[in-house]
Ligand binder design. Structure first.
Ligand code: HEC
Ligand code: HEC
Ligand code: HEC
Ligand code: HEC
Ligand code: HEC
Length: 386
């Protein structure tokens, strides 16, 4: 590695306030790493807000900031469920709760930099209050999968190959919720589905969700080949459209006219929609006439829902059993037919993603959402054949 600007500044700093009056190094001597400026081991747990990491790792912070991980402690949905302050939830949503005092502002950052990068070992997790993560905060060490990185004056580094393995995500991206009678409900199945998907080959979560290009890991340091992106973790990211494919054609059969739409999961190693039970994708077909007025609207919903004893969809904390599962499995193509009504000139096909269903939102007193538009296609219908 070449000499970094930070070291040079540090050496100047040491010289300026040097107690012995001797420079730490001279131009003739080889530069030594100034270990004495390292935070002492006895100082206790060290966690830092993401803004500190941004000083040297700015692109990582920008990517993370726009991702779902940054909102894990404060999204309206999470708050509506009373997650904030509930210790069954904090292991995954505010993972440093058990490690540093409750008043520390770091908790508001949810799944923040240090919540992942102080993890030294990973077990199965997936339970209330248990994400399977072992933290090492004592030595101010940031763990990652680079094993040739060097300590710097701000933090030590730790080589942890588990960061490049799916099980790193698995402890949080699995959730079994206990229900009466000692049974449990599968609430989040991302890791389990990936594990049991024979078509995944060796592709890890990180290869799809984190693969980035060439660049500096830290400002001013030597460039590396493959950085890890931190922006493909939900919140309307570009993976949503990449994972799906929509094709439509007009079918004229038996005197009737239909639109055949094929929605395929072509990019994910798990079902779509992934994540928390109740996430949904909606394929809608809106038929409009020549003046653009709606003639008819039809839709199909893809979701895995949890229900209460009455069979109504509810949030996982109130559910007693699993309901319908209409998600699109890895590699699966879902073929849908929509009848074309009289007078329709265009079929507007739209795929939207919703964090939660309308009944559940209403039950929580949340505003219904318009969803995120993922894909769209307009089919001109022309004149029907005679
Ligand atoms: C959800 C956990 C998680 C969070 C939160 C997270 N990271 Fe990472 N980060 C990872 C993983 C996993 C890797 C390694 C990926 C791999 O090797 O395939 C990584 C890699 C890195 C690396 C090593 C260099 C590289 O490109 O691989 C740096 C530096 C880094 N992250 C900085 C940050 C910063 C700064 C933040 C906060 C702004 C942050 N990370 C938030 C999981 C996380
Ligand atoms: C003063 C600059 C600086 C600050 C601030 C900083 N880092 Fe780093 N970090 C570095 C340097 C330098 C490297 C090594 C870069 C290299 O080898 O290419 C590094 C490497 C890393 C790695 C890779 C470790 C590995 O073995 O894979 C992680 C993870 C990381 N930093 C996380 C963080 C987090 C989290 C924060 C905020 C709490 C942070 N850094 C703040 C300079 C900094
Ligand atoms: C410490 C626990 C934890 C770890 C480790 C973790 N996540 Fe997450 N992840 C969360 C939580 C909590 C959320 C939900 C945040 C929200 O939406 O409020 C989330 C959200 C996401 C989302 C967005 C989901 C959606 O429906 O919008 C994706 C994608 C994701 N994580 C992928 C990953 C991958 C891939 C890894 C491994 C590299 C990983 N996560 C590691 C806890 C974690
Ligand atoms: C082969 C690539 C691939 C692999 C491997 C993969 N994912 Fe995904 N993942 C995707 C794509 C593509 C999407 C977007 C799906 C869509 O269109 O809704 C996605 C979506 C998600 C979402 C929901 C995000 C959202 O915004 O709705 C979560 C959560 C998630 N993945 C977690 C994981 C975890 C955890 C792993 C590993 C156990 C993993 N993924 C492995 C490609 C992958
Ligand atoms: C074992 C880890 C784990 C535990 C424990 C856990 N969660 Fe989560 N939670 C996750 C992960 C991972 C996601 C991301 C999946 C997704 O976004 O689709 C998530 C997503 C969510 C979301 C969606 C957030 C949004 O903004 O859309 C809500 C709400 C939520 N959890 C509430 C809770 C509550 C409330 C508790 C405690 C009663 C809890 N969770 C316990 C891992 C966990």
């Amino acid at each position: 590695m070449r000499l970094r600007k930070e070291w040079a500044l540090l050496v100047v700093g040491l010289f300026a306030c040097g107690e012995t009056g001797q420079p730490a190094t001279t131009a003739e001597q080889p530069m030594k790493r100034p270990r004495s400026t390292m935070r002492p081991l006895t100082e206790g747990p060290t966690v830092r807000a993401s803004v500190r990491c941004a000083e040297c790792h700015e692109p990582y912070a920008a990517g993370w900031q726009g991702s779902a991980h940054a909102r894990a402690a404060k999204s309206p949905y999470y708050r509506a469920l009373g997650g904030d302050g509930d210790e069954r939830c904090s292991a995954c949503h505010t993972p440093l709760r058990g490690e540093v005092p409750a008043e520390d502002p770091i908790h508001a950052e949810g799944v923040t930099c240090d919540a992942c990068h102080t993890v030294s070992a990973v077990g199965p997790g997936g339970k209330p209050g248990d994400a399977g993560l072992t933290f090492d905060l004592a030595a101010n060490r940031k763990y990652g999968s680079l094993c040739d990185a060097e300590d710097n004056y701000f933090h030590r580094v730790g080589c942890a190959p588990v960061f490049a393995e799916s099980r790193f995500c698995g402890g949080c991206h699995s959730l079994e919720w206990p229900v009466e009678g000692g049974a449990s409900l599968a609430v989040i199945t991302d890791f389990a589905e990936w594990s049991s998907n024979p078509g995944r080959g060796t592709t890890t979560c990180q290869e799809c969700h984190m693969s980035g290009g060439f660049g500096e890991v830290s400002r001013g340091w030597a460039e590396r080949d493959a950085l890890s992106r931190h922006d493909l973790f939900g919140a309307d990211d570009e993976l949503l459209a990449e994972g799906l494919n929509l094709e439509a054609q007009i079918l004229d059969e038996g005197g009737g006219r239909t639109i055949e739409a094929v929605l395929a999961n072509r990019g994910a190693a798990h079902s779509i929609p992934a994540g928390l039970a109740g996430r949904r994708l909606v394929l809608s077909a809106e038929f409009v006439d020549g003046a653009g007025e709606r003639v008819r609207q039809d839709e199909r919903v893809y979701a895995r829902i949890l229900v209460n004893a009455a069979g109504d969809e509810v949030v996982f904390t109130q559910a007693t059993k699993a309901g319908e599962d209409s998600r699109i499995g890895p590699g699966e193509r879902r073929v849908e037919r929509f009848d074309v009504p009289q007078g329709a000139a265009v079929a507007q096909l739209r795929v939207r993603r919703f964090d939660l269903g309308p009944a559940v939102a209403a039950g929580l007193g949340m505003e219904p959402s318009a969803g995120q538009l993922v894909l769209s296609e307009d089919v001109a219908l022309g004149a029907p054949p005679r």
